[in-house]
Design a protein around this ligand. Structure first.
Ligand code: AMP
Length: 294
């Protein structure tokens, strides 16, 4: 496995790979790899000849006061994990080369990024789509892999690739969770054991939302209040948002029907965590009419 930290060396390598007629599978990450990332790398390995993993903590997707400085970084650890998962190249660019003096170009996906995390973290998705567009320009992948855990990000990237005719296949893979349901995240390293127990309530709330929707609940406000009651059991957890969105335009639904995204963002202490599930309300259990025997 190669570790490449210069854009020009990466570009040269990409040219050689393409000349050999090999396909490139790409997994962009911010590093401090966990099983969520590993599942993306392993899947990429099944589909592509060469797997490139980028590790770049992208400053422009963090707002002032967020955790850019303390975000966990450990390239030696990541190298071992990525190699074991089947990565061929780690692309590990430096901030100064990615954003040189006078840098002026940004990619912004409109509408889809207005709600949820876009509302709570202004400028975040502009930073994400800009860096992913840059990485796509350097790595020139045939297929790129993202996690469902960052659902709004996945929506924005798919839209960017479609709107800008980037010609890259985007695969979204399921969220990998710990045994108690907590979604894997590099930010889980900020949590104490008791924080982790509290954070597991996020998935309990999402599962409960799925159950009540499948039982026929169509009022998003009711579902959200049921979720809030579950998450509210832990004093250390503060809800940032909980919302039920359609899966086409990512707009908040007034009535639940068809496929919906149930999304939550919470603070556990100072750590902000996000999670979501997709529920198909049309696969409801048929409501049982009272007084009718079947
Ligand atoms: P990050 O390093 O957090 O920017 O994540 C890099 C990629 O891994 C993104 O496409 C994420 O959606 C994905 N990812 C993060 N956590 C998980 C998880 N628990 N399961 C699956 N994919 C994940």
């Amino acid at each position: 496995m190669k570790l490449i930290d210069s854009i020009s060396r990466m570009s040269t390598l990409v040219k050689i790979i393409k000349k050999e007629g090999k396909s490139i599978g790409f997994v962009p990450t911010m590093g401090y790899l966990h099983e969520g990332h590993i599942s993306l790398i392993k899947t990429a390995k099944q589909h592509a000849d060469v797997v490139v993993v980028s590790i770049f903590v992208n400053p422009i997707q963090f707002s002032p006061g967020e955790d850019f400085d303390k975000y966990p970084r450990d390239i030696k650890r990541d190298e071992n994990l990525a190699r074991d998962a089947g990565a061929d190249i780690i692309f590990y660019p430096v901030v100064k080369e990615m954003y040189q003096d006078g840098y002026a170009t940004y990619v912004n996906v409109e509408r889809l990024t207005d709600g949820l995390c876009g509302k709570k973290r202004p400028g975040h998705f502009r930073g994400v789509t800009t860096v992913v567009a840059k990485l796509f320009g350097i790595v020139k992948p045939d297929i790129a892999y993202f996690g469902q855990k960052d659902a709004q990000q996945a929506f924005a990237i798919k839209k960017m690739v479609e709107d800008l005719n980037m010609g890259i296949e985007i695969k979204i893979l399921p969220t990998v969770r710990a045994e108690d349901g907590l979604a894997m995240s590099s930010r889980n390293t900020y949590l104490t054991e008791s924080d982790k127990r509290d954070a597991a309530l996020i998935y309990d709330a999402l599962e409960k939302a799925e159950a009540v929707i499948k039982d026929g609940e169509t009022d998003p406000a009711k579902v959200v209040s049921i979720m809030a009651a579950i998450i509210g059991k832990a004093k250390s957890v503060k809800i940032d948002y909980m919302a039920i969105m359609d899966t086409k335009e990512l707009r908040e639904v007034k009535k639940i029907s068809g496929e919906v995204l149930v999304a939550a963002a919470v603070y556990v202490g100072k750590t902000r965590l996000i999670d979501n599930i997709i529920v198909n309300a049309s696969l409801n259990k048929a409501p049982v009419k009272k007084g009718v025997t079947q």
